[in-house]
Design a protein around this ligand. Structure first.
Ligand SMILES: [Zn+2]
Length: 314
């Protein structure tokens, strides 16, 4: 055995096949003897995550960290099941997210109210609380040792108030959750097509712009998005996201002139028109499935903007 084995660093993208392929992913990092998962997707994805670990010749006992960028259930829904499977892991989360991972009652009740119990189970499976002794809340700028290096955590509001991103210098990457938009592989056929997620209930435009700038300012070579995969064109993605956010803020302001009940439909219509223009400019030919995917996010985005319009001062 070598006395000084070189420290090897691996970064693996795992397609969680959430709703459809290439929609949501999680990441496995291996550094020397240690492993970490970033994002957990849902309970249903946990066997996939563990299979990816085994394919790297590692066992659940090697997992030092399970990390979730925020508690939206396509990111953190599998956290309790993954923590059950990984006996030595610590769950790393934003301080405002940690309490919901320890006691998910409100989280589960909120999603069950939206989807109904049967559909909730189908989407997310069973979510339990994680023992508080295994959860570590990380302040802005916190660093934790991992393998031969460290991971650094930056609070990034805008999409959610309890969101952080993970800077991982050893692989020249930042894991961005939903703070650096959505770049679906299926929409990249005619050039870059990125747009933000402004889903309910925390959207904050100025904070979202600032978070994007903070991510670009890290100067890393790749952003690892949950939706979806490794991206290397950070400045171009940032340009598109800023433009969509500026439009979204304008639509929010305009929607306040209207009755609350009409705001979402107004915003959704304007977003649809702007998206069609962007698609026409790029020359992208959208399939019916592409349109379904985009329409789903657009509805959520319009809901989030209408909600934010209602709570912000007119
Ligand atoms: Zn989210």
């Amino acid at each position: 055995m070598l006395a000084f084995a070189p420290m090897s660093d691996t970064l693996l993208t795992i397609d969680c096949d959430y709703v459809q392929p290439a929609l949501a992913c999680a990441y496995l990092r291996v550094s020397g003897d240690e492993c970490a998962f970033i994002e957990t997707n849902t309970t249903h994805a946990v066997p996939r995550l563990l299979a990816a670990l085994a394919a790297q010749g590692r066992t659940p006992a090697d997992v030092r960290y399970v990390i979730v960028t925020h508690v939206h259930l396509d990111h953190a829904g599998g956290a309790s099941a993954l923590m059950d499977a990984c006996p030595n892991a610590t769950l790393l989360a934003h301080p405002r997210a940690a309490r919901h991972l320890i006691d998910p009652t409100k989280l589960v009740a909120g999603a069950t109210a939206v989807y109904g119990a049967a559909h909730f189970a189908e989407l997310y499976g069973t979510i339990r609380g994680v023992d508080a002794s295994r959860v570590r809340a990380l302040d802005d700028g916190a660093e934790v040792p991992f393998g031969g290096g460290l991971l650094r955590f930056l609070h990034t509001r805008g999409h959610a108030n309890h969101h952080f991103v993970v800077h991982d210098p050893a692989v020249d990457a930042v894991f961005t959750g939903d703070a650096f938009g959505l770049v679906y592989p299926r929409l990249q056929r005619a050039g870059l097509m990125a747009f933000p997620s402004t889903s309910p209930t925390d959207f904050d435009g100025p904070a979202a712009h600032a978070s994007i700038d903070r991510i670009v300012a890290l100067g890393v070579g790749r952003a690892c998005l949950t939706h979806f995969g490794e991206q290397t064109r950070l400045p171009e993605i940032a340009d598109q996201l800023h433009a969509w956010l500026t439009l979204s803020e304008a639509l929010m302001a305009q929607s306040r002139e209207r009755p609350a009940a009409e705001r979402e439909a107004f915003i959704e219509g304007r977003l649809a028109a702007a998206f069609d223009e962007a698609v026409a400019r790029s020359g992208l030919a959208l399939s019916a499935d592409d349109r379904t995917l985009v329409a789903f996010d657009r509805k959520l985005n319009a809901q989030g903007l209408a909600f934010a319009a209602g709570k912000a001062p007119a």
